[in-house]
Design a protein around this ligand. Structure first.
Ligand SMILES: O=C(O)CCC(=O)C(=O)O
Ligand SMILES: [Fe+2]
Length: 231
């Protein structure tokens, strides 16, 4: 894990656009080794066949605690750099939850609401696979940003399978943002609401995310959610 991340420019990009892409967070070997471990059952607490729940088509697995070192490192390193923005967003939206500086303290908050289960997950989509627009809220306590790392190379290892973000503006139609991050890059995006400035202060835009249909090949991704899950 190289993690030569320019946190200041990352933060200004999130403040400007609501999301940011950081290239070269993982190298090819790290991506491929996470993919290899897809079949290492002891790493996971649960497998979800997406079609069964009408979540889309494909499969994903939630990691169990203790997380693989690389995921644990990413999660604890990234989190504190997102806290200032998370707290700005909550202040602007007059939401009364504020986030502690350390991930272990967020986990403490989660435990106080019985949210104890690990949420990082690895997703796998084959040809025809897709992920319907959704949010990853797993209980009362949620951190307002999350990360996804691309483990496969667009146009080379798969075609289609774009990452889609939608922004639901009150009393208007939704705006879609379509992204194609490279293998090894990390995308940070809003989990629930993004504050937008209006005439009378800030208002909530509800964000959802999903993946368009994979047309060729296989697409793997690693989702890093900071709050723990109730079930
Ligand atoms: O496969 C993707 O890019 C989306 C994964 C996802 O829904 C998530 O990380 O929460
Ligand atoms: Fe998701």
């Amino acid at each position: 894990m190289e993690m030569q991340i320019d946190w200041n420019s990352l933060q200004s990009e999130i403040r400007r656009n609501g999301y940011a892409i950081i290239d070269y967070v993982l190298n090819n070997e790290e991506c491929d080794s996470l993919i290899q471990d897809y079949n290492n059952l002891e790493l996971y607490r649960k497998t979800v066949h997406m079609e069964r729940y009408r979540f889309g088509k494909g499969e994903y697995k939630y990691f169990t605690y203790p997380l693989p070192q690389i995921i644990e490192n990413l999660r604890t390193t990234i989190y504190p750099h997102l806290v200032p923005i998370a707290n700005e967003w909550h202040r602007k939206l007059k939401l009364n939850e504020y986030f502690p500086q350390r991930l272990t303290d967020l986990q403490e908050l989660c435990r106080s609401k019985e949210q104890r289960l690990a949420t990082p997950l690895i997703l796998k989509y084959g040809v025809g696979g897709y992920n319907t627009l959704h949010q990853d809220l797993y209980g009362e306590v949620y951190f307002p940003m999350q990360a996804v790392l691309m483990l496969s190379e667009p146009n080379n290892e798969y075609k289609g399978g774009e990452f889609v973000l939608t922004m639901q503006v009150p009393r208007a139609q939704s705006k879609a943002i379509v992204l194609r991050p490279n293998k090894g890059s990390m995308l940070i995006f809003p989990t629930n609401y993004l504050p937008k400035e209006g005439k009378r202060g800030y208002y909530k835009t509800k964000m959802k995310h999903g993946v368009s249909e994979v047309l060729e090949g296989q697409r793997y991704s690693l989702g890093i959610i900071f709050h723990d899950a109730l079930k």
